[in-house]
Design a protein around this ligand. Structure first.
Ligand SMILES: [Zn+2]
Length: 317
């Protein structure tokens, strides 16, 4: 077991997750969050799948918006899966069938508006010094925040890479997706073989730039890593108060956001951890008074925070 995994196992308290018993306790917790956000000199944000789920983009359960257009239904009829992740990891008989679903999936994500909670968070952070690390690959973070302030740790479906990969290059997915969508029409579940995206350098099939066996941790990924490391180091060593803000981070990949955040907060007295998560109330005990977990729906919590901070009237963001 790694040192970080050991921390994870040892320091979670055993409380049972439960939402706030009353509005006053909930608002008091959010008022504390608002105060910490306002007082922070630097904010390091970690965003997991719960943030997109709170915006209606849940890739692990059937998505009505995707289904209404018939896109999911036709793939479900053809292959039997029930949600987007099933569809992405399905073992298709042909590359033409795999790219038919992948194309529809990418188009769905790129056509989806930036979720309200993302827009509210962006407004909340706009005048502050912040950085966003995310494990999400749905493009929401990329479209809500400037590149200079993000690291897309697991990649992003809006880009394609060589599946070998033979080279350190990324290509915008839309130039390949649109012709495949047009050729497939509204009912197709296979794309013409001549439209399959192929690497311009070696001719191998391309793949979405998302974490997988051949994921390209090339210059684009390393640049994000450098930005993050510089920001965090400068913040921890040069700022009076650093806030680590975990939003909707689940338990699938704790070594990317959760455990490093806890570790950094544990080792720096000027750091504080806030977690907003609909499924977590247990505090990391070793952080003592320097952590606050708000067990709540992120969409609701972000809305209340914006109201508390006088950022926008209801409906403006
Ligand atoms: Zn190649």
């Amino acid at each position: 077991m790694s040192r970080l995994m050991g921390l994870y196992a040892q320091h979670l308290s055993a409380e049972t997750p439960q939402a706030y018993g009353n509005e006053a306790d909930y608002d008091a917790a959010l008022a504390h969050v608002a105060e910490l956000v306002c007082e922070a000199d630097a904010i390091v944000v970690g965003i997991g799948s719960g943030m997109s789920s709170a915006c209606g983009y849940d890739h692990y359960h059937p998505i009505p918006e995707f289904d209404q257009g018939g896109s999911l239904e036709r793939f479900r009829r053809a292959h039997g899966f029930e949600n987007l992740m099933d569809g992405y990891y399905h073992l298709y008989a042909t590359n033409e069938e795999r790219w038919a679903f992948t194309t529809a999936y990418i188009d769905y994500m790129e056509s989806a508006p930036v979720g309200r909670a993302y827009r509210q968070l962006s407004a909340l952070l706009a005048e502050r010094d912040y950085f966003v690390l995310t494990t999400n690959v749905d493009g929401q973070v990329r479209r809500a925040f400037p590149d200079a302030r993000t690291w897309l740790f697991q990649g992003d479906f809006a880009f394609l890479q060589c599946s070998q990969p033979c080279c350190d290059e990324l290509w915008p997915a839309d130039r390949y997706v649109k012709p495949m969508l047009d050729a497939m029409g509204g009912e197709g579940v296979s794309v013409p073989p001549e439209l399959l995206p192929r690497c311009p350098r070696c001719g191998w099939l391309m793949a979405p730039w998302v974490r997988d066996e051949g994921f390209l941790e090339g210059e684009a990924w390393r640049a994000g890593k450098r930005r993050y490391e510089v920001f965090v180091e400068d913040a921890l060593l040069g700022s009076a108060r650093v806030l680590f803000l975990e939003l909707g981070v689940g338990g699938m990949t704790p070594s990317i956001i959760e455990l490093p955040f806890w570790d950094m907060v544990a080792r720096h007295d000027n750091a504080f951890l806030i977690r907003i998560n609909v499924g977590k109330t247990a505090e990391p005990r070793h952080l003592g008074e320097r952590s606050l977990t708000v067990c709540a729906d992120i969409a609701d919590a972000m809305g209340r925070l914006c109201t508390m901070l006088g950022m926008a009237e209801e409906g403006e963001l």
